[in-house]
Design a protein. Structure first.
Lengths: 297, 271
């Protein structure tokens, strides 16, 4: 599938990036092996992740769904290099990323798009987009600017390149943030509930946008959400996580063909997958709900 | 075409400027000032208790007409401004790096913060006697006291600003491949600019308070001395002129800071 997308000849990366890293097209395989994470604040052991194993193929759109506090973000932060893990290993393209003894170094090959967005408010859209290649010394600001303008044009964002993030809508901000990530030609995009707290209409627009980026770039995407419909609509596989401690409860293969658009949402196949997923998710949501009740009591 | 566009945009900005100057807020502000002067004049003429002792605006204005041409009067302005800005600028030169260092380095903060917290509650004016003793000239001791007025506010505001930077920005910057230096220049510095300027604005206010009091105690020049001398000489209208001058000087200084602040934090005006 990834090969087919790569072969399509369309690419959303700026040319300068593509030339520099032409070899990385089929990379981005993540292997999560027996990963556990125990938080130990004040001697109270909280197990966030319990023996998670997951293979994410190069160019796969993998979505993790689960109730709040099930360790989804912990897993993403471990891959990104913001947190350690207590046991197990995570590999990126067969290279050890992190283990019990090693915290991954955050880097531009695994770019995170955050829940509340993290565009720098003091930089214009253009300056945000060029910040990656410029701080890495890959491009001069001038080269980066022309590459970024090209990218923004392709993403339909060139009209706002001189605006500050505070001047544009939340949907636009997410699009810019995804563009900022793509500017680095990452191996993996890590998205941590990026479209939470967005209204349904904005969401539908940005879903389409993300799907386009995915279809054209063939990047591996690791996407976290608790919105089941979003998960099925976007993902190749939907991983349902248990409530804390997070374990993998069920993996649902979504073989709805790409490119996908809103018509998928009314298809029989989508409905069947949804029914299959709801059963698993609902059970965990109930457990999480009851656990929450106990914590409050 | 181009010239047409230029004239058009020029015309629009002119209209905008006119609209800003002739806005309802401006009219209301002018009305308020006029009413204030009328109340003042009337209460003075009718010899109201307490406020009746203040010379009426009419006599202040006639005294103003005499004093406005005198180089001594403007010399007082200049001297006070010099002292305020000398103290203020030195406070920024020392305070900004110190505050940033304390904001980003935990060890340095732990080592220096307690000392600053003990010195901070001492009012700058309580330093006047000590300053007069340990600085060789009166000028230096006054500048030192004004420096103190701005210093602590700036340091504390910068520490607060640096500490409250959202970890998302730091993580995003790391993720984009930033090193420590980039994080400082591209995240910490711009993120603390707004609170830096809040600290400066407050600090500038304190600086004027301090300089006037210090001039009354330990100097023979400046707007504070002018006001005090008028009191000693029993020249009541000049007391009022001195007070109003200090008010205007403070207003001009903080306006200058606001203008600079808006220039360097252009992203703030849009939110």
């Amino acid at each position: 599938m990834a090969d087919a997308r790569d072969g399509a000849g369309l690419d959303v990366r700026p040319t300068a990036c593509r030339v520099a890293t032409a070899g990385s097209l089929s990379s981005g395989k993540i292997s999560i092996r027996n990963v556990s994470k125990v938080y130990d604040p004040d001697g109270v052991n909280v197990k966030a992740l319990d023996d998670c194993s997951l293979e994410i193929g190069a160019g796969e759109f993998c979505v993790v769904v689960g109730p709040s506090g099930c360790g989804k973000t912990t897993l993403l932060n471990a891959i990104a290099g913001f947190h350690s893990i207590s046991s197990g290993e995570i590999y990126l393209d067969d290279q050890l990323l992190c283990s019990e003894k090693k915290i991954a170094e955050p880097g531009a090959d695994r770019i995170v798009v955050f829940q509340n967005g993290a565009l720098f408010p003091w930089s214009t859209v253009l300056d945000n987009v060029i910040s990656g290649p410029v701080v890495q010394g890959k491009m001069t600001p001038k080269e980066a600017k022309s590459a970024a303008m090209e990218l923004l044009c392709r993403f339909g964002l060139s009209g706002i390149s001189h605006n500050y993030p505070g001047q544009i809508s939340s949907g636009m901000r997410r699009r810019v943030e995804i563009a900022r990530a793509m500017m680095n030609d990452p191996k993996v995009l890590l998205l941590d509930e990026p479209f939470r707290a967005m209204d349904a209409l904005t969401k539908s627009v940005i879903h389409k946008y993300l799907l386009d980026v995915f279809d054209l770039s063939g990047k591996t995407i690791f996407f976290i959400t608790h919105d089941l419909e979003e998960a099925i609509f976007l993902g190749d596989r939907v991983v349902v996580s248990t409530t804390r401690p997070g374990r993998i409860k069920k993996i649902i293969n979504v073989d709805i063909p790409r490119p996908r658009d809103f018509r998928v949402l009314s298809s029989e196949q989508y409905r069947e997958l949804k029914v299959e997923a709801i059963g698993a998710v609902h059970e965990e949501a109930l457990k999480a709900f009851e656990a929450g009740e106990r914590e409050l009591a | 075409m181009v010239t047409q566009k230029n004239t058009l945009s020029g015309w629009i900005s002119l209209r905008k400027a006119r609209k800003a100057v002739l806005s309802k807020t401006t009219y209301r502000g002018i009305t308020a000032i006029i009413i204030f002067f009328i109340c003042w004049e009337v209460s003075s003429r009718l010899n109201f208790p307490v406020v009746g002792q203040i010379p009426p605006p009419s006599s202040v204005f006639s005294a103003m007409r005499k004093i406005i041409g005198s180089p001594d009067f403007w010399g007082s302005w200049l001297v006070s401004f010099k002292r305020v800005f000398a103290g203020f600028i030195v406070a920024q030169i020392i305070g900004i790096p110190l505050g940033l260092l304390m904001g980003i380095n935990r060890v340095f903060r732990d080592l220096t913060f307690p000392a600053i917290e003990i010195l901070r509650p001492i009012p700058p004016l309580a330093w006047v006697p000590a300053a007069v003793i340990f600085w060789p000239t009166a000028e230096m001791s006054i500048t030192f006291v004004t420096f103190l007025g701005a210093f602590f506010t700036v340091v504390l505001n910068i520490i607060g600003g640096a500490k409250s930077i959202d970890v998302r920005y730091i993580r995003a910057a790391h993720s984009l491949g930033s090193r420590r230096r980039d994080i400082f220049l591209r995240i910490v510095l711009p993120a603390t600019l707004p609170s830096m300027f809040v600290g400066m604005a407050v600090g500038m206010g304190i600086t004027w308070e301090v300089v006037v009091a210090a001039e009354m105690i330990a100097s023979r020049s400046g707007l504070g001395f002018l006001t005090w001398q008028a009191y000693v000489a029993g020249n009541y209208p000049v007391i009022v002129i001195g007070m109003i001058s200090i008010g205007i000087a403070g207003f001009l200084s903080s306006t200058l800071l606001r203008v600079i602040g808006r220039r360097v934090t252009p992203w703030l005006k849009v939110i």
